[in-house]
Design a protein around this ligand. Structure first.
Ligand code: PGA
Length: 250
């Protein structure tokens, strides 16, 4: 299965002035990591984050990007701007962006394509609400999200995408999906990819689980065959907690 990646999603937390030291702290706490370690930070913090990660095994990601190359898009940030800073990953379509900032499956697809065209690694987020889960349409919804996100993307490029399955009801709530629930959806996502492309492509894609993953539950989730990592919110803000999750990714 895909390469293991543990990525922190800081969301709108931490100041630029504390970022360099914190990333160094994360690097020190995760020395010898057997997976890829990523810190995704606000745009304002990225330059400091890259500085802190220099010469370490930690990679830096952004939390969003715009799908146009440049131009009159006040307040937006392009792929080239991120690359120029030394950013490697970019979170795309997080449920908070879909919910509060009107991201759609269409804009998510444009952003995934732009990231791939430019050489950024997209961390594509998909996930159902509690209402959708209770209505029994989780897999229908996730299938649509995946198919639309990958529209027009070649197998070669698809293999580079990281997918984060994040049930909305588990994000920031302390209510984690059980390892079985998470595995069921992550396995199904791999099935959708195999249908869209082929088995080798589906196997190459890294599929993370996200939603209240922490030091206590990470090992059980990461032991599942279709879960190749985690996208970590709250627990990525303390280096010791984050390091325990990285430790569990063996
Ligand atoms: P959480 O956030 O770990 O705080 O639940 C995960 C995410 O939203 O990526």
């Amino acid at each position: 299965m895909g390469k293991y990646i543990i990525a922190g999603n800081w969301k709108m937390n931490k100041l630029p002035s504390e970022t360099c030291a914190f990333v160094k702290e994360v690097a020190a706490a995760t020395v010898g990591a057997q997976c890829e370690v990523v810190c995704c930070t606000p745009f304002t913090n990225l330059a400091e984050a890259v500085k802190g990660a220099q010469g370490t095994h930690v990679s830096i990601g952004a939390e969003n990007l715009h799908f146009e190359d440049k131009g009159a898009y006040t307040g937006e940030v392009s792929a080239d701007m991120l690359l120029d800073l030394g950013v490697k990953y970019v979170i795309i379509g997080h449920s908070e962006r879909r919910q509060y900032f009107a991201e759609t499956d269409e804009t998510v697809n444009l952003k995934v394509k732009k990231a791939l065209e430019k050489g950024l690694i997209p961390i594509l987020c998909v996930g159902e609400s509690l209402e959708q889960r209770e209505a029994g349409i989780t897999m229908d919804l996730i299938t649509i999200q995946i198919k639309k996100a990958f529209a027009g993307i070649s197998a070669e490029n698809a293999a580079k995408v990281v997918i984060a399955y994040e049930p909305i009801w588990a994000i920031g709530t302390g209510k984690t999906a059980t390892a079985e629930q998470a595995e069921e959806v992550c396995g199904a996502i791999r099935g959708v990819l195999a249908g869209l492309y082929d088995e080798p492509t589906a196997k190459t894609v890294t599929i993370q689980y996200g939603g209240s993953m922490n030091a206590g539950n990470a090992a059980e989730l990461l032991a599942k065959p279709n879960i190749d990592g985690g996208l970590i919110g709250g627990a990525s803000l303390k280096s010791a907690d984050f390091a325990k999750i990285v430790e569990a990714a063996k």
